[in-house]
Write a protein that binds this ligand. Structure first.
Ligand code: HEC
Length: 238
């Protein structure tokens, strides 16, 4: 009996710091902003990283719709659960050497616990829409987030005239992009990027969009539905 009492006391002493700062999924939702530029919670919406929908119980590197897993992650044999995810988020490179997630890890155990509490709920089937958006864009970020390249990417199916690309000319070292509102803007050739997005958020065929890139306002990306549209639209003319 005496010994039992002592054990109880000891464990209270050991665990009280953790108890004092209890797990908070709302904080975890804010912390998920570190992940949202690369991970969606919508099923099969893959970005730099795979969708995290239905993550618990999934074998690492096994989402069929994600094409870019490293061999290291695919052959790791990990099944994602509370424990393995805690290890992964502590230091991904230590748990799976040579994996290709560009993320150093979260050293603070309390932050990981909050994040996983949020993620466990938000990754369940049906939970997605709401939480994915809140987690990804977090209030203020909503409008600007897509434009600045952070948060969730904006859907490009219906375009405001100002971001609708009508024509692109190329002269010496300069691209000139004309948009649906009649404006024409010049870019140094190294500051204009050409991209494709074939997903449901990408532009319609033949209707590319231009979005600002970077913080200085001198760079932009033109996003096409398919690669063959790129050379078709650019006319060499001074
Ligand atoms: C800069 C982009 C980036 C960030 C930020 C990032 N990840 Fe990843 N994540 C990836 C990539 C890429 C992979 C695939 C790695 C591989 O195949 O080796 C991945 C893989 C994963 C996996 C394994 C999924 C599976 O299907 O096996 C989990 C879980 C994960 N990330 C969670 C997170 C969480 C949680 C955060 C935020 C704390 C985060 N990641 C931040 C890019 C990122």
């Amino acid at each position: 009996m005496k010994r039992f009492g002592l054990t109880v006391l000891l464990s209270i002493a050991l665990f009280s710091p953790a108890l004092a700062q209890h797990v908070d999924a709302t904080r975890g939702q804010r912390d998920f902003r570190a992940c949202a530029p690369c991970h969606s919670l919508e099923p099969d919406r893959n970005m730099t990283g795979p969708s995290l929908a239905n993550l618990w119980g999934r074998k690492a590197g096994s989402l069929p719709s994600f094409e870019r897993y490293s061999d290291a992650l695919k052959s790791s044999g990990i099944i994602w659960d509370d424990r393995s995810l805690d290890g992964w988020l502590t230091e991904p490179q230590r748990m799976v050497p040579e994996n290709e997630m560009p993320f150093a890890g979260i050293k603070d155990a309390a932050v990981r616990a909050d994040l996983l509490a949020f993620l466990k709920d938000a990754s369940k089937p049906g939970a997605t829409q709401q939480t994915a958006q809140q987690g990804g864009m977090g209030g203020m970020m909503g409008g600007m987030g897509g434009m600045m390249g952070g948060g969730q990417d904006q859907n490009l199916k219906k375009l405001e005239p100002g971001i609708q690309v009508k024509a692109i000319t190329y002269c010496h070292d300069t691209y000139r992009v004309t948009t649906g509102d009649g404006r024409s803007r010049a870019f140094w050739e190294r500051n204009l990027r050409f991209k494709t997005d074939s997903s449901k958020d990408g532009p319609e065929k033949g209707a590319p969009a231009i979005l600002p890139a970077g913080m200085m306002g001198d760079r932009a990306s033109v996003i096409f539905a398919a690669p063959e549209e790129i050379t078709r639209i650019i006319v060499a003319r001074c």
